[in-house]
Unconditional design. Structure first.
Lengths: 421, 163
């Protein structure tokens, strides 16, 4: 059986499940964020007073923090009252970080767990060997009431990545390449398992980029087998006991795809779809107005380090605004102690609080008509970051940093050569 | 049998263009959500959509964010069904959970144009369009029962004996 079959069978209390089989399961952990205000209202309509198993629910305020409008503030207030009333102790208020960073840091993203979240990037925890997928708000409200949900067992793809990434090419370039090749629906409704020497060599932060963006090619989850690195990250963090789940060696995959990391060039997703991917040289010279470093995709310490390495002692271009949002307080503190934040500020960037920032167009640096943003985020849909007349390009932290300096989309490999000379 | 007028769109219609992110964390009644339906894709939609209209689209309809308003706003706008070559999984669930029928249709979509009239025979799984019949697979019974109850919340209320 594949990973998806094994974990869904285990959660459903069955010996095995077939692809396409619908099972009723109880997730181990459930995530919601600023949308909890709306979920709590739906929950009230069900007619159940108390949340079943409040210890399973993790709520992180991150999408519109700190509140920039009275309406957002009201939503946050209602969430604080709801968690209090319902005894939900796993509550992380504004400023702690982006949910997809906070859950791993606080030890909820565990191997062999079933984690569902009312956020499409819940797939991120696949990097820890969890089965994790996005659901809707009504489904989360029903999980509050009953603790149960139906899931269909997906078919699986195996993606084998050979070779090794050559700095400053990162796992972001790899996942953009994969999405560009297979398309926005290339793994629609499939469980994707990522394997190979390039994956083995990656840090957990790099692996999280792959699982985070697996949803951008339609995947239900993006699993990476837990290894020594996973276990050592979880030491002292794991919030529950866990047993890793691995696919059988004779598991049946609908497709096996191969990619070579060694020959990979920096990749850029062009407006307005994530699968509109080209090698950086094809868009070099495109003028940018804003550079964004952060989000649940690329706001981790290694991302900040890589960008700071390029920005150290340099200034960002005169007509460019650069926003830096560390993905969590923990990362912000580490970045401060390493002097990375100083590097960003000296380069002329704005450093904002941990949170989702302008990624989804709600606040903190949205775009005017005609403006161009180069972002480390995971989506470049029309209107996503403000005006529908704006354009969003997606790239790695190194490409974003190198481009912030020049004011145009720039191959980070050149920035590195100059920096090292 | 349901008859409706077609709104036609392409592949990979994402939930950001169906319901923009800037409204996603604002409390809104469904009627107000309907005013923003398809705002960043087709500004004529919210103004001209009529109850009973049908959206017909290509592959991967509803990809992107899990925002449930993408389904709620279409339902509130009066859309009777979304017919597409394929759906993104979260949108698919959200639609059913809001009582919005979703039909995965392999054939015929390319021939359907904006303003055409088509009819859907849910019982027998057939879409009728300009004299042609296109067959679709019925939803699994567990899923169909949610749709038949008018969405997930009424379905769960029923199962808990609240209705």
């Amino acid at each position: 059986m594949t990973f998806a079959q094994k974990i869904l069978a285990k959660k459903a209390g069955l010996d095995s499940v077939d692809v396409g089989q619908i099972v009723e399961v109880e997730p181990d952990f459930c995530l919601s964020h600023d949308n909890t205000a709306a979920i709590a209202k739906i929950f009230c309509r069900i007619g159940v007073d108390k949340v079943k198993c409040p210890e399973r629910f993790v709520i992180v305020l991150d999408h519109t923090v700190p509140a920039s409008t009275e309406k957002y503030a009201q939503g946050h207030k209602e969430i604080r009252e709801f968690v209090q009333e319902q005894g939900i102790l796993n509550f992380y208020d504004a400023g702690v970080g982006i949910c997809h960073q906070v859950l791993p840091e606080k030890g909820f993203a565990l191997p062999g767990k079933l984690i569902l979240g009312s956020d499409s990037h819940t797939t991120t925890y696949g990097a820890f060997g969890a089965f994790s997928a996005g659901i809707g708000r009504s489904e989360m409200a029903v999980l509050y009431a009953t603790g149960k949900i139906w899931l269909k067992t997906p078919a699986s793809f195996k993606i084998v990545v050979t070779g090794s990434l050559q700095e400053p090419v990162t796992s972001k370039d790899l996942i953009l390449k994969i999405i560009g090749e297979i398309g926005a629906d290339g793994a629609l409704y499939r469980s994707v398992e990522l394997v190979g020497e390039a994956i083995d060599a990656m840090s957990l932060a790099s692996r999280m980029v792959l699982s985070n963006m697996a949803v951008e090619c339609g995947a239900k989850n993006g699993y990476i087998a837990p290894d020594e690195k996973t276990l050592s990250f979880l030491e002292g963090r794991a919030g529950a006991e866990y047993t890793p789940v691995y696919p059988d060696t004779d598991a049946e995959y609908e497709k096996i795809l191969e990619f070579d990391a060694s020959t990979l060039t920096p990749q850029v997703a062009c407006p307005h779809t994530v699968d509109n991917v080209v090698s950086v040289d094809e868009v070099e010279g495109t003028k940018i107005d804003q550079a964004l470093l952060g989000t649940c995709t690329n706001g981790r310490l290694e991302d900040l380090r890589l960008a700071a390495k390029i920005l150290k002692g340099k200034l960002i271009a005169k007509n460019v605004r650069m926003l830096v949002l560390p993905a969590s307080q923990e990362i912000l503190l580490q970045a401060l102690s390493e002097g990375l934040i100083e590097t960003f500020v000296q380069a002329g960037a704005m450093v904002l609080n941990p949170g989702c920032g302008p990624c989804l167009g709600a606040h903190q640096g949205v775009l005017a008509p005609g403006e161009v943003c180069l972002s480390t985020a995971n989506r470049n849909f029309k209107g996503r970051m403000g005006s529908r007349e704006a354009e969003i390009y997606l790239a790695s932290p190194s490409t974003v940093a190198a481009s912030a300096i020049t004011g145009v989309i720039t191959d980070p490999r050149n920035a590195f050569e100059e920096g090292e000379a | 049998m349901m008859e409706g007028r077609v709104w036609k769109y392409g592949d990979d219609i994402n939930t950001d263009v169906i319901f923009p992110g800037k409204y996603t964390y604002q409390p809104m009644e469904p009627a107000e959500m309907a005013e923003h339906a398809m705002e960043d894709l087709d500004s004529s939609f919210a103004k001209e959509v009529k109850t009973g209209d049908v959206i017909v689209a290509g592959f991967n309809f509803g990809c992107g964010s899990s925002r449930e308003q993408a389904a709620t706003c279409l339902k509130a706008a009066g859309v009777a069904a979304v017919i597409a070559k394929s759906f993104s999984r979260i949108f698919f669930r959200n639609a059913i959970n809001n009582g919005l029928p979703v039909i995965e249709l392999k054939d015929g979509i390319d021939a359907m144009k904006k303003g055409d009239t088509l009819s859907v025979d849910f019982e027998n799984g057939i879409v009728h369009h300009e004299g042609n019949e296109y067959h679709f697979l019925a939803l699994p019974k567990e899923v169909l029962s949610i749709l038949e109850d008018g969405g997930l919340i009424p379905h769960v209320r029923k199962s808990l004996g609240k209705e």
